[in-house]
Write a protein that binds this ligand. Sequence first.
Ligand SMILES: Cc1cc2nc3c(=O)[nH]c(=O)nc-3n(C[C@H](O)[C@H](O)[C@H](O)COP(=O)(O)OP(=O)(O)OC[C@H]3O[C@@H](n4cnc5c(N)ncnc54)[C@H](O)[C@@H]3O)c2cc1C
Length: 318
Amino acid sequence: MPLTPEQHAEIEAQRTAETPTRRATVPALEALLYQALPVLDHGFVRVIDYMGDDGAVVQAARVSYGRGTRRVSEDAGLIRYLMRHRHSTPFEMCEIKYHVKLPIFVARQWIRHRTANVNEYSARYSILDREFYLPAPENLAAQSSSNRQGRGQVLEGAEAAEVLDILRADATRTYDHYARMLNEDGADPARRGLARELARMNLTLNTYTQWYWKTDLHNLLNFLSLRADAHAQYEIRAYAEAMFETVRAWVPATFEAFRDYRLGAATLSAPMLAIVRRMLAGEAVEQQGSGLSKREWAELMEILARGPGQSHGQEPGP
Ligand SMILES: Cc1cc2nc3c(=O)[nH]c(=O)nc-3n(C[C@H](O)[C@H](O)[C@H](O)COP(=O)(O)OP(=O)(O)OC[C@H]3O[C@@H](n4cnc5c(N)ncnc54)[C@H](O)[C@@H]3O)c2cc1C
């Protein structure tokens, strides 16, 4: 269900109101503020508020009295140094608050990131919308044969159509039962209606929920590095990718450092590093006898073959 005219009007009213402030503001993020960036079929991410900018990271690192007179390139250099050496606390000085609409099964992955403040739409108090996530055909993939936590080839033809039918029919049926059990506004005067907190338990995990999610820049980057990674499930990755745009607008120097030293970077174990050194010295090294397991060897080869800017990650997840 798209945003209602009332919701659009509320967003527009907030977007046109301006408040003079002495605090740091970022024009590129101001331009995005409150806007719903669409994600998946009914979801969105919108920035509700933020505190700080690239300058705030630098100011905190220097514990300075003001914004100082140093050149932008010096500030960017300091940010890159901090990111490279994992000096995390200056990045914790910036905060951002999002409003996110997401399927419940994505919310379950997202909520594992504990270093955020969350307030979720109460389905004890309010009635959930009749909205379910149905994957686009290109995302309707089979179980991967090589990876228990991943996807393989895209389903096609009759099988794809049947899967979509099942997903749609089950979600619709459980929602219809939800509405029937609630008996809102005494639709059936002979029944009292089940409490909202109980009626919701029958809904499918692709039902959409919403929350406000606030975190600091350091932990946001941790979230993005894990969830924008190619190994993360597509559905949460779609949110992380939309959030990238907000971070790029908000703290461009930090974003660039993050891209270079985290997203596009790789960590090598001591044995891996020893193998790379042997290779650089001209030695032909094979997995057997390298001291690395087959899996570690494959990971090392993947890192060495990777093009610039391609990300990496941990295990594909639930
Ligand atoms: C691809 C992928 C696959 C996954 N697979 C699984 C899975 O199969 N099963 C599963 O259960 N989870 C899984 N997860 C979730 C994962 O294990 C983490 O729980 C999640 O990514 C949150 O990461 P985090 O702890 O770094 O983030 P946050 O919770 O935001 O924490 C950030 C950092 O703060 C510190 N911190 C926060 N809270 C504590 C604390 N209580 N004690 C100590 N330090 C703390 C830690 O240093 C942590 O790294 C998966 C995640 C990904 C990205």
